[in-house]
Design a protein around this ligand. Structure first.
Ligand SMILES: NC(=O)CC[C@H](N)C(=O)O
Length: 355
């Protein structure tokens, strides 16, 4: 046990039990997922954030690498009511500060009422509230991380040979491994390209589809990916997940906005407007498509707050989801998204437009 302090943007400093020492800062968010801590902690979308688990006991079924979504832990720090030794050992090896034995119910309620907020953390022998406040003072807002893509993307293209049903150019803005796996399982070959890939880089892999991945931070900071959508829409089908949906909307004349505390959990209800069916989905986002623009139809909405969960342009062959159909963690109810995406390749869409 060591000294641990969490300084919040609302001026409070919360005392906790230190599990992994260090000093850090980030945007304080929470997830309500009750399983899937390995997947969440390795989800690149959490880069530059401090992740609070609302479920009280984290680590009760161990830590297994095959459940990781990337090769490292992405949140800058982790908070729970109680972490098991397994998780503490893992976070220690990864150098990720961790604290527990604090009132996470109260913390989550504060985030719900005041919105996601900046925080500073100081953990270790001799750590003081002032140390945590100093970290907080240095904390940037998410939108200020203008080159966050570089922190999470591959540096060079990587190819995963799956099959010959389709060649996918997956723009890695911080992609979860399960997206690639879901495409490979369906007979596609996946070329993972850096977040700042150029149209020439995409052309070099001669894809059947352009797919923009999930990723951290403000979608407006992913201008290169936006430019790719602008370049290829109408010539290739375009798909996107989470940040991918946001980038596609921004590229096609829509706009995104920051939410108060976002959606993070594995039981977010989504209504499909055509079938009127509701599915439970996995979500992890703090921005949303506020205006889809004139070229995209909203096909699915969040039952809780009405935000856009699915966008489509059938003529152009554009299909996106704000939630995570690949699950990991969470329900598998939306895996058919990947079938629908690959169907865009086998049908004759898109029809090239005059521009
Ligand atoms: N999971 C994601 O792709 C997150 C998207 C974006 N960074 C957001 O917070 O809204």
């Amino acid at each position: 046990m060591s000294d641990a302090y969490l300084a919040l943007e609302d001026g409070r400093v919360v005392e906790a039990r230190g599990r992994v020492s260090g000093r850090t800062r980030g945007e304080l968010v929470f997830t309500t997922a009750y399983t899937g801590y390995e997947e969440s902690l390795t989800d690149p979308s959490y880069e530059e954030q401090v992740l609070t688990f609302s479920y009280p006991l984290i680590g009760n079924y161990g830590v297994r690498e095959e459940r990781f979504e990337s090769d490292r832990v992405h949140p800058r720090a982790a908070i729970a009511r109680e972490f098991t030794e397994d998780v503490v050992e893992w976070l220690d090896v990864e150098g990720i500060p961790a604290i527990d034995h604090l009132d996470t119910r109260e913390l989550v309620t504060s985030i719900r009422e005041e919105g996601a907020m900046k925080c500073g953390i100081a953990v270790g022998p001799g750590a003081t509230p002032e140390d945590a406040k100093a970290e907080l003072a240095d904390c940037k807002g998410m939108s200020e991380h203008t080159d966050i893509g570089a922190q999470v993307s591959v540096d060079d293209p990587v190819v995963y040979e799956g099959g010959s049903d389709a060649t996918v150019a997956l723009i890695d803005c911080g992609a979860k491994g399960s997206i690639t796996d879901s495409l490979l399982e369906r007979g596609a070959t996946v070329h993972v390209l850096p977040y700042d890939a150029t149209p020439a880089d995409v052309a070099a892999v001669d894809p059947d589809i352009l797919f923009i991945s999930n990723g951290p931070g403000d979608p407006e900071n992913f201008e290169a990916a936006e430019a790719l959508v602008d370049e290829y829409v109408g010539d290739l089908p375009v798909a996107g997940i989470c940040l991918g949906q946001q980038v596609v909307a921004n590229a096609l004349g829509g706009s995104t906005e920051k939410m108060s505390f976002g959606h993070r959990g594995v039981n977010q209800p989504v209504r499909d407007l055509e079938s009127d069916r509701v599915v439970m989905t996995t979500q992890n986002h703090g921005y949303t498509v506020g205006d889809p623009g004139d070229r995209l139809n909203v096909t699915q909405v969040n039952v809780n707050d009405g935000t856009a969960e699915g966008l489509e342009n059938e003529t152009l062959g554009v299909l996106t989801r704000q939630y995570h159909p690949e699950a990991h963690p969470g329900p598998n109810d939306s895996l058919d998204f990947f079938d629908d995406v690959l169907d865009l390749v086998s049908t004759d869409t898109p029809v090239a437009t005059s521009d």
